[in-house]
Design a protein around this ligand. Sequence first.
Ligand SMILES: Cc1ncc(COP(=O)(O)O)c(C=O)c1O
Length: 390
Amino acid sequence: MQNYDIETLAVRAGITRSQFNEHSEALYLTSSFVFRNAAEAAARFQGNEPGNIYSRFTNPTVTAFQERLAALEGAEACVATASGMAAILATAMALLKAGDHIVSSSGVFGATVQLFSGILSKFGIDTAYVDRTDPDAWSTAMRPNTRFLYLETPSNPLTEVSDIGALSRLAKGAGALLVVDNCFCTPALQRPLEMGADLVIHSATKYLDGQGRVLGGAVLGRRELVMDGVYGFLRTAGPSLSPFNAWVLLKGLETLRIRMEAQSQSALELARWLEGHPRIQRVYYPGLPSHPQHALAARQQRSGGAIVSFDVKGGREAAWRVIDSTRMVSITANLGDTKTTITHPATTTHGRISAEARARAGITESLVRVAVGLESFRDIRADLERGLGS
Ligand SMILES: Cc1ncc(COP(=O)(O)O)c(C=O)c1O
């Protein structure tokens, strides 16, 4: 389906019909598959014959989701995982070894920092954190054993944008891999592999589902990295995506583009309104001309995305007041839902990392993150305005 547009791929890629010729994608809720005889079982296990074996590593619904997402990202291969964190873990376990080194943007999700610094460090893999937007900081932090350059762009929650092309050249020159968490933009707005990234990571829990229903994750890239590497780890260690979740995600992908466009449009309107509000100190949104990497975002992304973060004048108290005054917007740590969500990153998503790491990431007590959903912009603004009153 290479020549179809992304909207078409989102609803048509990855379909294999069963003998019943169903129109909607089938859900194969089964843990194992039956072989005609012992010879067929042996051939499948030895990899001499294609076909499903056991849903830890082969399931037609999961395969359909993988193929559809690979088509959207323009990837050779995709492996689905139980969650976004499972995708990052599987990538690291498959492609790194003791003695390897990661250079990561300091603006990555809190649990990713925990995984790198609290867990991978126990297995002899060190991580250095750098200012995500300064290419010189990345090259200074690199060592001969650096194997991953790791980043989110835009970052969570400050929406900082990194130059994927420049970092990919840096990685290639050093024999390292550029790994990009594309959670905030999704392939509807940004395709990192086309810009030189080696691997794309997804928390499918976010926009790929887009309706706050299931957890899931994915790793995408060249066949040798994804299939020989990450898939091998998944088959053995088992942080696999359930077929049910894969089916939900397949249906989520169908509306990805229109959701991302509508939610980005409301986010832009929200960012503009907040920027002019006297109680707001600073707004972080790549679609605003005042954003430090606005020009880069305009080159890399189709729009600014649906996340708007802002510092409220008056520290934690003022930030919590905005959050607690909402009646419609959901106070929840998740993002990427049709329902608008609001979070205080310093005490929730980034609460478990050290105060030093938080400061390094620029996450203040006055920071609020809003993930804009599909409600009307007027209603979202009215709900946020209540806590910003005098
Ligand atoms: C940017 C980013 N990457 C990865 C994750 C982890 O994904 P999951 O919660 O599906 O494990 C999250 C979760 O919030 C995230 O925001």
